[in-house]
Design a protein around this ligand. Structure first.
Ligand code: UDP
Ligand code: MG
Length: 343
């Protein structure tokens, strides 16, 4: 329970003052931030005065950081955590959530693909007493056919394989009560598939629906390779079935081999020695080698993740925080690096 420890140590001391925290990871988003800020401020002001927006600058190489600094100078409630390099969206999100003090926390994208107007609906549900309010995409019209199809396949596979039920068409955009955030704080694994972690928390959930618009400005920061890596991360960190299936693949092929061996022996006994064809030998050998290497590859994926977890490096490193009244530090786990100076 590192968060309580931090609160006791007065590292985070204003937890009760802030009602709503938005957590917004940004990576090279100089074009998008001004549009986002303009849209978000009236929405938040209409809900409460006690809000904060935490931008997590995920190692941007454009003028994003400069922009965020200016933003904080004009409005203290726009704060920034500056990570020491690009860690990826999931660690950036984790950093922001760790630093958020709101009684409710909403992670969202900066590109306005998560419509700000939905926030008031979410807050209304939260005030009714729900702990988690999911924003469900009611259509995927803004995605092309390929993205829609792969997303559908991904949800089918992951839900077939894992014990956690990960809802389709739900992103990171959701409202979470402080109780949920505290529970999430106990998940310190390095492989961070946030959707899965969120889904495994449980609590009293409800949904609101929205149509996902296209990006407001700039271009997507998640290419095919990043999405593939994320999908793999999700499946492997939420299921051991890909690992276990090889036992049965191996047993089945051994059984088939045994039967075939008996057939060959019987043939030799009853019809004399025969030399089986080169083609059939070759194809069986290549097929079996392919299977063995695939099995090894799957084991490798798990071992690589065990390796990462065992090293227990920090999930993210904060190099600077801008606009926080108190020091924001890394989670006070014994093996994590402690932070860093106020801006
Ligand atoms: N993002 C990030 N680090 C990264 C990649 C993306 O913080 O390495 C942020 C990005 O700035 C945006 C959000 O994650 O706020 C979602 O990214 P994007 O819109 O490019 O993804 P898409 O909506 O296309 O899946
Ligand atoms: Mg986007």
């Amino acid at each position: 329970m590192w968060r309580q420890e931090m609160a006791q140590a007065n590292i985070i001391d204003n937890m009760a003052d802030i009602e709503l925290s938005l957590v917004v990871p940004v990576f090279n988003e100089e074009d998008t931030i001004p549009v986002f800020v303009k849209r978000i401020k009236p929405v938040l002001d209409a809900i409460t005065q006690e809000w904060e927006v935490i931008f997590v600058n995920d190692g941007s190489r454009d003028t994003t950081l400069k922009l965020l600094r200016e933003l904080n100078a004009g409005e203290r409630r726009f704060k920034t955590l500056n990570l020491s390099r690009n860690f990826g969206k999931e660690p950036a999100l984790t950093a922001g959530i760790d630093a958020a003090s709101g009684r409710a926390v909403i992670p969202m994208d900066v590109d306005l693909q998560d419509p700000p107007e939905l926030i008031s609906e979410m807050v209304a549900k939260w005030r009714e007493g729900f702990d988690m309010v999911l924003a469900v995409r009611s259509d995927r019209a803004s995605d092309n056919f390929m993205k829609r199809w792969t997303a559908q396949m991904f949800y089918k596979i992951i839900n077939d394989l894992s014990a956690v039920d990960i809802p389709a068409d739900v992103g990171d955009f959701r409202l979470m009560d402080r109780r949920v955030i505290t529970a999430l704080g106990q998940y310190r694994e390095r492989g961070r598939f946030m959707k899965g972690l969120f889904a495994s928390l449980g609590f009293n959930q409800t949904v609101v629906y929205f149509a996902r618009p296209i990006r407001a400005a700039g271009t997507t920061k998640l290419n095919v390779f990043k999405l593939w890596a994320l999908a793999l991360e999700g499946i492997i960190s939420f299921s051991a079935k890909p690992l276990k299936v090889w036992t049965y693949v191996g047993l089945t092929s051994a059984l088939i081999a045994l039967v075939y061996m008996l057939v060959i022996i019987a043939r030799i006994v009853f019809f004399g020695i025969s030399v089986p064809g080169y083609a059939s030998m070759m194809s069986v050998m290549l097929f079996m080698n392919g299977m063995i290497l695939t099995g090894l590859g799957v084991i490798g994926e798990y071992i690589a993740r065990i390796f990462n977890e065992v090293k227990a490096r920090p999930i993210y490193i904060v190099s600077e925080n801008i606009g926080f009244t108190e020091q924001v530090s890394q989670p006070a786990l014994e093996n994590q690096v402690h932070a860093i100076s106020e801006a």
